[in-house]
Design a protein around this ligand. Structure first.
Ligand SMILES: C[S@@+](CC[C@H](N)C(=O)[O-])C[C@H]1O[C@@H](n2cnc3c(N)ncnc32)[C@H](O)[C@@H]1O
Length: 203
């Protein structure tokens, strides 16, 4: 007699299908938190990680989801043990721990990073963010960036992608924290196409 098919019984044809299904489940349960219809594609992952390498030292990734940018960081030579992955969804966090066992996976809200004093001042080389910033209010974006730059080394950069036509950090937030944003480029082969911004402290 045939027994019913359970999730663990399914032999996934490839990781991509598993990632897409995990993403779809997350969107169904909280669309504004996920803020995307699918995991980012390889062109966007290459663009957002293009200036980062082993020389960058410890890296924080915010909102890694299924780990598309995480894998691109490793492909750029970043050591897995130099990665801290901050993800609020328990399902994504579980998947990230399985996939990147040497990385430090923190299942928490990235907006609370500064409250926990997790990283010493000037210890982080770069922050890569997949957070849906357009869904956050300006005070929340301000708190997030303040926390990120507090632990960043001088010259460190915050990399953010967006589907919108402008930098997703409001100018008022940039000015308040003495930050500037530069568009690194656009990944057209992505669903939907997206731009990447580098945010740094003004000299
Ligand atoms: C647009 S998806 C990007 C996922 C992945 N970086 C990619 O490009 O495929 C946003 C991710 O941010 C996570 N996220 C949203 N708000 C968050 C928060 N406040 N703290 C940590 N993670 C958050 C979501 O769970 C999701 O994994």
């Amino acid at each position: 007699m045939n027994r019913p098919l359970n999730w663990p019984d399914i032999k996934w044809p490839d990781a991509h299908l598993k990632d897409t299904l995990t993403f779809l489940r997350a969107i169904t349960s909280d669309p504004s938190q996920v803020g995307a219809i699918a995991p980012s594609g390889p062109a966007l992952a290459r663009l957002i990680t293009s200036e980062i390498g082993r020389h960058s030292g410890p890296i924080i990734e915010l909102g890694p989801g299924t780990g598309v940018f995480t894998q691109a960081l490793l492909d750029q030579g970043v050591r897995e043990r130099d990665l801290t992955l901050v993800e609020t969804s328990p399902e994504f966090a579980r998947l990230l721990r399985e996939r990147f066992p040497a990385a430090n996976v923190l299942q928490m809200d990235a907006r609370h990073l500064h409250r926990r004093n997790l990283f010493p001042q000037n210890s982080i080389g770069a922050v890569v963010s997949g957070l849906p910033l357009l869904n956050l209010s300006p005070p929340r974006v301000l708190a997030l960036l303040r926390g990120a730059f507090r632990c960043m080394q001088p010259g460190g950069a915050f990399y953010q992608f967006t589907y919108g036509p402008l930098c997703p950090v409001p100018k008022s937030c940039l000015d308040r924290l003495n930050l500037q944003s530069t568009c690194l480029g656009r990944a057209l082969v992505n669903i939907p196409p997206a731009s990447v911004y580098r945010i740094t402290q003004t000299a």
